[in-house]
Design a protein around this ligand. Structure first.
Ligand code: TEU
Ligand code: CA
Length: 545
């Protein structure tokens, strides 16, 4: 049995978790102070967004020193204390390795700019083509991917912000540096890695894209697999119990199987984002649209079944620091916050894969609904505010889009108590006013709270092998408002039913009286073969065959 299948990961956005030194920014000591809470919840790993030295143009995804802690988060000693204290509670740390690019303030890039040949070859510099940029690709954060350096009459490549220069993976010296960085952290006691946009590291061809924004020239290139096997062999693969997950941008099922099938010796699991694009109008993020439930169901079934057939493994998640809050997006944060939060949690925790909880999800945190651009902090949101304005969209529509899609929705401070409880000074980004009713303190007092429900989900994973090991089969595929599936393991069967809407509906389950209810978001049930499902009702049934 592979170790990572019965684990649960909790993602911490350190900047917004807990502030202990009164500067309005969350810090490492803040995480250490909240370890008892995380142990109470029952999670095994903490994935921390980058805490390395960074100018913070993209909230730490622009790293200028991979082996030092950014002073705004604390010191190396603070980290060592966190590792030791976490271990006492059987909790291990996963670090975020941003290896597609570095900050332009990194010493390597600075030396490159000074004309040092060795370091120039760490990055991707290209001559203009016919007096133009080398390709017409668009940056993920808006604008071109090329930035001109007059001194060289050359451009450097940045798939993200212009302060994030892409590394040249074809240079063996770059790989060697990155392997040394991983081994440095493993020796410090880090027991897992999340690899940022790792499927973009092989730039296959530098050509103009006449169909899109350039993605197919640099996504899931064949060398990504090769590079991952090298990293595995030279670093994390040598250590017992290291857990690895790759963040895969616009990836394919075939590639995710290859990344995660144990025979390939690449990674344990992958994040893909297809299910989080079902509310994109014409595949465009910066739009608003009610989510397409049929497409969501199809994607879940396709990926669950496909990864199983290829012996791959999914990282399961609704939320992360880049996504709006699932409760506001796929649930109902106004009329059924508790019911729909529990239903969404069931979906993720009962699928085949390893579940990830993003801080605040377990207490029902919602989108921020910020109404003025001065309240936004994220580089992508601010860039797109201006881009949409230039496109002539009315202000009101722009805010509607930002409120639905901005990454800042996920980044408001963790809500510990009625006053917020994140910091005793003004936080770097404002606290959601609903902390008065949505907070850890209240959740902990209530055995029917969302938090209590997450605890049960985690305990069930530790108790029933069918949850970590069982097979996945689609169920009630044609139902217009219910997403359902079955899991099988030995002589057991799990049936997971989820009503995604506020309206009642019915389903037919033959011999339902033979089933035992493992978990539900409603207290009482009248079990008839023709079962009426209430708003956002979720039920997990177990039966022996
Ligand atoms: O995200 C990669 C990524 O592709 C997303 O930012 C995606 O473009 C966005 O959510 C869609 O609008 C990773 C990190 O998670 C993110 O925080 C970083 O900004 C990005 O890489 C660059 O390092
Ligand atoms: Ca602080």
């Amino acid at each position: 049995m592979t170790d990572f299948k019965n684990k649960v990961v909790y993602q911490i956005y350190p900047k917004s978790f807990y502030d202990t030194n009164h500067d309005g920014y969350g810090d490492i000591k803040g995480i250490t102070q909240k370890l008892d809470y995380l142990a109470y919840l029952g999670v095994d790993y903490l994935w921390l967004n980058p805490i390395f030295v960074s100018p913070q143009r993209d909230s730490g995804y622009d790293i200028s020193d991979y082996c030092a802690i950014d002073p705004s988060f604390g010191t190396m000693e603070d980290l060592e204390e966190l590792i030791t204290e976490a271990k006492k509670r059987n909790i291990y740390l996963m670090f975020d390795m941003v290896f597609n690019h570095t900050s332009t303030e990194h010493i390597w890039f600075q030396k490159a700019l000074q004309g040092d040949k060795k370091y120039k070859n760490y990055y991707i510099f290209k001559k203009p083509v016919d007096g133009h940029m080398p390709t017409n690709w668009e940056s993920k954060f808006g604008g071109p991917v090329w930035e001109y350096v007059e001194k060289f009459d050359e451009y450097y490549l940045h798939l993200f912000d212009k302060s994030q220069a892409d590394l040249n993976w074809q240079n063996p010296e770059v790989k060697k540096e990155l392997i040394d960085i991983m081994n440095f952290w493993i020796k410090k006691g880090i027991r897992g890695f999340r690899f940022d946009v790792i499927n973009l590291i092989d730039k296959m061809k530098y050509e103009d894209d006449y169909e899109g924004v350039g993605k197919h020239f640099y996504t899931d290139g064949p060398l990504v697999h090769h590079y991952l096997r090298e990293l595995n062999e030279e670093s994390f693969g040598k250590w017992e119990g290291m857990m690895t997950v790759g963040e895969m941008s616009a990836t394919s099922l075939e590639n995710c199987i290859e990344y995660t099938n144990p025979k390939h010796h690449e990674l344990n699991m992958t994040f893909n984002f297809h299910h989080l694009k079902v509310d994109y109008e014409n595949k465009e993020k910066w739009t608003t649209m009610p989510f397409d439930f049929e497409e969501l169901k199809n994607l879940f079934h396709t990926w669950q079944v496909g990864m199983q057939q290829g012996n791959g493994w999914n990282a399961l998640f609704w939320n992360c620091h880049d996504q709006p809050r699932s409760l506001s997006r796929f649930g109902n944060d106004k009329d059924y916050p508790i019911e729909s939060a529990k239903m969404l949690a069931t979906v993720i925790h009962m699928q085949r894969g390893t579940p990830y909880i993003y801080q605040g999800e377990e207490i029902g945190m919602t989108n921020a609904y910020l109404t003025d651009i001065s309240q936004y902090r994220d580089v992508e949101s601010i860039n797109y505010y201006h881009i949409l304005k230039e496109q002539g969209l009315p202000e009101q529509k722009i805010y509607e889009i930002l409120q639905a899609k901005s990454r800042d929705n996920a980044r408001t401070p963790m809500q510990w108590n009625h006053e917020g409880g994140f910091s005793d000074v003004t936080p770097w980004i404002e606290m959601n006013a609903n902390c008065r009713t949505v907070n850890v303190e209240d959740n902990m007092k209530d055995e029917n709270s969302i938090l209590s429900y997450y605890r049960k989900l985690i305990q069930l994973r530790k108790t029933y092998l069918i949850i970590s090991e069982g097979t996945y089969e689609p169920y009630l595929e044609e139902h217009p408002t219910v997403y359902a599936f079955q899991r099988h393991y030995q002589n057991e069967k799990l049936v997971v039913i989820n009503n995604f809407y506020a309206s009642e509906t019915s389903i037919y389950i033959p011999h339902i009286k033979d089933y035992q209810i493992l978990l539900s978001n409603y207290q009482t049930h009248t079990l008839e073969d023709c079962l009426i499902l209430r708003p956002y009702e979720t039920i997990v049934f177990l039966s022996k065959m």
